[in-house]
Design a protein around this ligand. Structure first.
Ligand code: NAD
Length: 470
């Protein structure tokens, strides 16, 4: 398996992009995507695609990322099916109009909010979870009644091709389209008028997306990344901590937006934790993880080269071996890493875990707050006071105690970043919020004109009443 940076040959010609978008806009304008029956039918079609074509998707994920079928299920196919089921179960209640009370001065009248689809939505997705991160947003877009266009990443070409081939077979072609390609195709797409852009990827491209959105005042959701820290306090069960950290870090070979990026080990825990991490890695992937069926590969040579250069940032405690033609990098733990080391400069996004010693919780909190707001913050602690302090004294997209990456799998927790790690959120009801406009409606009967008191001429008497009412 060698996946180079070369883009897929199945690109969508850029000249085809304007008519594709025009068709999606016309479909939305016709009202076709609004009935709840249409939305349900599409969600069921998506579910059918994922179950009937499971083997095709698993093979594509194997080709693109060396993903095992178990990992393909838990983090991509099964995950998305779970999201669909949860959406189908709750859709009606999440779309229900909400009544609100009306102030005395306007009574009698009724007021409510309704969910209105935005229109045509653009979803630009990355390569690391290429099915999950294309289809989980699509679930929200469909559920809210929009037409949608997905642009999968050119760096996971097998999955991109599978989505482009299968989505039109299972979903309404007039309302849902896939455009394949890289920068030229994304650039052409961003010139079109969309009613929402949902971008997942790095923060440099996010800035390009947001600048393009300015033209049509298009709202954006930006699902980005960053360095997600882990705080480990003395006195916790380090064996369990290490196993959970190794699981969260080395899933998909560390190429996970919410992967633990680095560990801040408080007090004297660093060395014992490093030993436990080494043991956990061997327990999970064997003496030679290159032979493990459960361990993935790096997406391409550019990322491979970037990552292997980071191995010099500290002392290799365990791991450190790599094979370029297999795009294999061993699960690696680094010790003796200074805050200025290269591995601490940017999101690692690979199987390298630096462990940094800090004297106390104050130092850990300062370390976190001196840097960009992360997508996730993790802590292993038994102390309620530590949990309280981390909750109130730091800011991050999500916060999890005792278990990394899994907050994503709690369907009703909105998922999104803050500051440099993104804006907006999705999953379950949060997806309905993201892909809808909440329209406020006031309905006052004409039968009786109770508004006379507000009409000019006002005079002393009316003013007295108005002052009492408002
Ligand atoms: P990527 O290179 O696949 O890029 C993402 C998308 O942006 C692709 O579809 C790509 O074609 C498009 N793109 C690239 N250049 C573009 C340009 N100039 N104009 C318009 N579109 C362009 O993926 P990536 O950015 O390397 O993804 C990794 C990053 O994404 C990491 O920072 C990771 O943390 C983050 N991420 C975040 C989440 C999340 O849910 N918050 C999930 C996964 C990844």
């Amino acid at each position: 398996m060698v996946n180079t940076d070369a883009p897929s040959e199945q690109l969508t010609p850029t000249t085809e992009i304007p008519p594709i978008v025009a068709k999606l806009r016309a479909t939305f304008a016709s009202g076709h995507t609004k009935p709840i029956e249409w939305r349900r039918a599409q969600l069921r079609g998506l579910r059918r695609m994922l179950t009937e074509e499971r083997a095709v998707f698993e093979q594509a994920l194997k080709e693109d990322l060396g993903k095992s079928s178990a990992e393909a299920h838990t983090t991509e196919l099964g995950f998305v099916v779970g999201e669909i089921d949860h959406m189908l179960k709750n859709l009606k209640s999440w779309l229900r109009p909400r009544r609100v009370s009306v102030p005395m001065a306007l009574a009698p009248a009724k007021a409510r909010t309704i969910r209105e689809p935005l229109g045509t939505v653009l979803i630009i997705s990355p390569w690391n979870y290429p099915i999950n991160l294309s289809l989980a947003p699509l679930i929200g877009a469909i559920a809210a009644g929009n037409s949608a266009l997905i642009k999968p990443s050119e760096l996971s070409p097998a999955t991109s091709a599978a989505l482009a081939e299968l989505i039109p077979r299972y979903l309404d072609r007039d309302a849902i389209a896939v455009v394949e390609g890289g920068v030229p195709e994304s650039t052409a797409l961003l010139e079109e008028h969309f009613d929402h852009i949902f971008y997942t990827g790095n923060s440099t491209v996010a800035r390009i997306v947001m600048s393009a959105a300015v033209e049509h005042l298009t709202p954006v959701t930006l699902e980005l990344g960053g360095k997600s820290p882990v705080v480990v306090e003395p006195g916790v069960n380090l064996a369990t901590t290490a196993r959970r950290l190794a699981w969260g870090k080395f899933t998909n070979a560390g190429q996970t937006c919410v992967a633990p990026d680095y560990v801040l080990a408080i007090g004297d825990t660093a060395q014992a934790l490093q030993r436990e991490l080494a043991a956990a890695i061997t327990e999970m992937f064997g003496e030679d993880p290159a032979k493990s069926a459960d361990y993935g590969r790096i997406v391409n040579e550019r990322h491979f080269d970037r990552l292997t250069e980071l191995l010099d940032s500290g002392t290799v405690v365990t791991g450190g071996r790599y094979t370029r033609d297999q795009l294999y990098i061993e699960p690696t733990v680094l010790g003796d890493v200074g805050p200025e080391a290269a591995v601490m400069a940017e999101e690692i996004f690979g199987p390298i875990l630096p462990v940094i010693g800090v004297p106390d919780l104050d130092a850990a909190i300062s370390f976190i707050n001196e840097r960009d707001k992360p997508l996730a913050l993790y802590a292993f602690t038994e102390s309620d006071s530590t949990k309280r302090r981390l909750t109130t004294e730091t800011s991050s997209g999500g916060l999890a105690f005792g278990l990394p990456i899994a907050h994503l799998a709690v369907p009703d927790l909105p998922f999104g970043g803050v500051g440099e790690s993104g804006m907006g959120a999705y999953h379950a009801a949060a997806s309905i919020d993201t892909f809808s406009h909440t329209k406020s409606i006031l309905d006052k009967s004409l039968a009786m004109d109770t508004m006379r008191v507000a009409y000019a001429p006002i005079g002393e008497f009316k003013e007295k009443i108005l002052r009492k009412m408002l």
